[in-house]
Design a protein around this ligand. Structure first.
Ligand code: HEC
Ligand code: HEC
Length: 399
């Protein structure tokens, strides 16, 4: 029965962090009406899990994408596809068995990295987008750059040492603003904290364009503090997602299911009214600040751990104060999975500024980037609360 649900990956897609993502998750987690509040583990939902036991099930597909990205291949490198039908549980491909051994290797190595308080090693540490890591240095060796002794002298007062590598930062750095100052400047640049605090709801319409050129219309309704309803219209049917403050859900042609764990977190990060407006409160402790460049713009990077234990890095334009980029990472047992959005085209709408274009990049082999643009935006229009509730499960579709 699960097999009929394991449809072609090409058909499965949905929306991640702001936007589209492959939705193989729903092929694994079927629509169930009753779900315990505690998230299940992959070994509870998968058919043939031997090494990733104990991992939250919402991390399975992100981790699979991590495998694929580390190897520079797609899912079919390790999984059997019979004329468009995926059989993920099958062990017919030797690469899948090799990957299992590799998972054990990584967990083994990381006992040592943990003891030495080093960053954990992942598949990517060795593979770097290739199936065969390179262990033997290629000859001839490139001349090390910078050559020994260049730039190793005393720093020139007031500026970087000529010839020093960009990592050797100048000794005399101008005083950095505090994270609080950066957040205040951001709020002011958007239209003021009062306007943000007065915001009760927002409805937007627009389009989402995937890396392969596919484009879909979407509508998003949000209400304070974190309720949302998203509707995406695709040629294969509509995808709806929502959160009523308590229950997160998704409805596709395949049914209705409750969304929990890391997946719900990413839905909320993508669609919450304040997820890009109230940033300070998302950090669990005061984040660090440093100065850097993003393209040719000077930015302040605010970096820290969020209340939900992810790492979040925010890039603020040093001049305008606006947020240009947000990266977040999710830690899993086999590696740290990053995602990123770049925010552009800030326009004023009813007294507040919003980025009308957001470009997302995620670790997804099928859909590495997507762009969301707004065409219409309304603030503080009342939204019927029932819209955010999980709809009843429809009659099962004919197979
Ligand atoms: C480098 C090899 C590799 C790649 C690439 C890979 N997987 Fe996997 N996959 C595995 C292994 C190994 C397991 C079994 C893990 C275990 O035994 O704990 C697995 C298990 C799964 C399962 C659970 C099957 C079950 O037992 O019910 C699903 C679903 C899955 N993969 C989907 C995907 C998808 C989708 C992709 C592409 C985004 C993908 N995989 C890419 C190696 C891979
Ligand atoms: C410490 C380095 C290292 C790490 C970490 C690592 N690998 Fe490997 N992996 C290798 C080496 C070396 C080979 C052998 C390559 C060869 O023979 O060309 C290999 C081979 C493989 C193969 C078989 C390739 C083939 O050609 O048959 C797969 C699949 C694989 N690794 C997946 C993974 C996955 C998935 C992870 C993370 C869970 C991972 N590896 C982590 C070093 C590593």
């Amino acid at each position: 029965m699960q097999r009929t649900l394991l449809k072609s990956i090409a058909l499965g897609f949905s929306i991640v962090i702001l936007f589209l993502i492959f939705d193989n998750r729903s092929e694994v987690v079927r629509a169930t009406k009753v779900q315990p509040p505690q998230e299940k583990t992959v070994d509870q939902v998968g058919k043939n899990i031997k090494v990733l036991t104990g991992m939250p099930e919402s991390q399975l597909i992100p981790v699979m994408n991590f495998f694929a990205a580390s190897m520079g291949r797609r899912c079919n490198y390790c999984h059997v596809n019979n004329q468009g039908q995926w059989d993920y549980a099958s062990d017919d491909k030797p690469e899948k068995s090799a990957a299992r051994e590799m998972v054990k290797l990584v967990m083994d190595i990381n006992k040592t990295t943990e003891r030495l308080k080093l960053d954990p090693v992942s598949c990517y540490t060795c593979h770097r987008g290739r199936t065969s890591p390179q262990s033997i240095p290629a000859l001839p060796l490139a001349l090390p750059s910078p050559p020994p002794n260049a730039g190793a002298g005393r720093p020139t007062p007031g500026g970087p040492t000529p010839g020093a590598s960009p990592q050797a930062s100048p000794a005399a750095t101008p005083a950095l603003p505090s994270a609080d100052e950066i957040f205040s400047k951001y709020a002011a640049a958007l239209g003021g904290q009062t306007a943000i605090d007065k915001l009760k709801s927002r409805t937007v319409k627009g389009a989402i364009t995937q890396a392969n050129g596919n484009s879909f219309q979407f509508e998003l309704s949000q209400a304070a503090p974190d309720k949302f309803y998203l509707l995406v219209t695709t040629p294969e049917g509509t995808i709806e997602r929502g959160f009523n403050g308590q229950v997160g859900w998704e409805k596709t042609a395949r049914g209705v299911r409750e969304v929990t764990g890391a997946e719900l977190l990413s839905f909320k990060t993508a669609n919450g009214l304040f997820s890009l407006l109230k940033l300070k409160e998302q950090y669990s402790r005061p984040p660090r600040v440093r100065k850097d460049k993003l393209g040719d713009r000077d930015v302040y990077i605010v970096d820290g751990t969020t209340t939900d234990n992810r790492r979040m890095r925010l890039y603020f334009d040093a001049t305008s104060g606006l947020l240009l980029r947000r990266t977040t990472t999710m830690s899993t047992m086999i590696g740290i999975i990053p995602d990123q959005i770049d925010l552009e085209d800030y326009r004023e709408a009813e007294g507040l500024k919003f980025p009308f274009t957001a470009r997302a990049a995620a670790l997804e082999v099928g859909n590495p980037t997507s762009t969301r643009t707004f065409t219409e935006l309304k603030l503080n229009v009342p939204v019927d609360d029932s819209k955010f509730n999980m709809p009843p499960a429809p009659k099962p579709a004919a197979p």
